[in-house]
Write a protein that binds this ligand. Structure first.
Ligand code: GAF
Length: 376
């Protein structure tokens, strides 16, 4: 489909077609920019990109989701924060490749990751382009470097101060595993995540809430963590144990302490979760998810009533544990269930949302899927 649509649009076949997935973060939230450990996995839903080089320096971008529209610019006009809307995620990646991209491009994307659901549709878009250009330009950057390049596109070109988690998992995930990622050196360990064998499934609940705080709120949390680390005399909060943090409490404002406490504890929860997964102890995994939610809600203060209702209703309907995921102030929550309990829980969550007057939530499930790839 993408191949023939591209040919119909641009008058020739694409040189390359790539794909990159969205993600769910199992545990380790708002710790990537503190050099912490995170454990996301790639979902089935992915974004596809078809690309070919041009003989001039023009860039033409189209999307299967916006038929009839073509965004046009030139390689010579790329500069941070200037052009486009959603196209900036693509332009940012081209920009970040710098001198390695020296011809114009025709690009058609087909986004299959739900927008605004906190499943990282932006990283999927960036990484679908990054993995294609990595091959097309023959730079062949290793995946961790490609993740940094895509993050730089989002930080410096689009202007979103995100960490490195989403791009890393979109590029480095493997089917059947969650990705244990050290956000300092980007080393990874694939942690098998076979919920089905244990009769379990992870429900993804898209609350469809999006509170305005999301923009400033993320940057503000990041700034608090960075100022806390500075006052503690460490490079990042990753370099601090909970005992050291408590001992140095006097150096921090109450707000910085609350934020830092979440980060230090959530990094510890990632390590505990890895141990429990290795022992197939899903009861303990569930408890850790719920503890993380409480910490994100009460110490990091980035939950919202819809996310709390999704988690609380899941817990009241036999979930082993659940939590909000991603940046916060809306988006999705996850909840771990025995397979037989999923359908009744979905009905209960939908009913609770209706009773509260919230928009009807959307439900997904996904097995841990593979990372970005060139597919044609
Ligand atoms: C967003 C960011 F993009 C990630 O880098 C990460 O900080 C996440 O929020 C919170 O863990 O998805």
């Amino acid at each position: 489909m993408l191949h023939s649509d591209f040919a119909a649009l641009f008058g020739h076949a694409p040189e390359i077609i790539s794909e990159a997935p969205g993600r769910v973060n199992l545990i380790g939230e708002h710790v990537d920019y503190c050099d912490g450990f995170v454990m996301p996995f790639a979902i089935n839903d992915r974004t596809y990109a078809a690309i070919s080089k041009r003989s001039d320096r023009n860039i033409r971008i189209a999307s299967a989701q916006r038929p009839g529209e073509i965004f046009e610019t030139s390689l010579d006009q790329l500069s941070a924060n200037q052009e486009g809307d959603w196209e900036r995620y693509i332009l940012g990646v081209i920009w970040a490749f710098e001198k390695h991209i020296n011809t114009g491009l025709n690009i058609l994307v087909d986004g299959g990751v739900a927008l605004g659901a906190g499943l990282s549709s932006s990283a999927a878009l960036e990484c679908s382009i990054a993995v294609a250009l990595n091959q097309l330009s023959e730079v062949h950057l290793p995946l961790p470097q490609l993740a940094r390049l895509a993050q730089r596109a989002e930080n410096e070109y689009v202007g979103v101060p995100c960490g490195i988690m989403d791009q890393s998992v979109s590029l480095m995930a493997q089917a059947g595993s969650a990705l244990l990622l050290d956000c300092r050196d980007l080393s990874t360990v694939q942690i098998p995540l076979d919920l089905a064998s244990a009769g379990l499934e992870l429900l993804i609940i898209d609350t469809r809430a999006h509170h305005a705080l999301v923009d400033g709120g993320y940057a503000e949390r990041r700034a608090s963590c960075e100022s806390a680390a500075k006052k503690l005399g460490i490079k990042a909060l990753r370099d601090c144990s909970i005992t050291e943090l408590e001992a140095a409490r006097i150096k921090l404002t109450e707000l910085e302490y609350m934020r830092a406490e979440h980060v230090v504890n959530d990094i510890e929860r990632v390590h505990s979760c890895v141990s429990h997964l290795k022992e197939n102890d899903f009861i303990s995994v569930g408890k850790i998810l719920t503890q993380s939610h409480a910490s994100l809600r009460d110490r990091f203060e980035i939950s919202c009533p819809e996310l709390d209702l999704a988690v609380d209703t899941s817990l009241a309907n036999k979930s082993l544990g659940g939590r909000m995921i991603g940046g916060g102030f809306g988006g999705s929550a996850i909840a771990l269930f025995e397979v037989a309990d999923i359908e009744p829980a979905k009905l209960a969550i939908a009913a609770a949302f209706k009773a509260a007057g919230y928009v009807e939530p959307r439900f997904f499930t996904s097995l841990p899927s593979s990372g970005a790839a060139v597919i044609a």
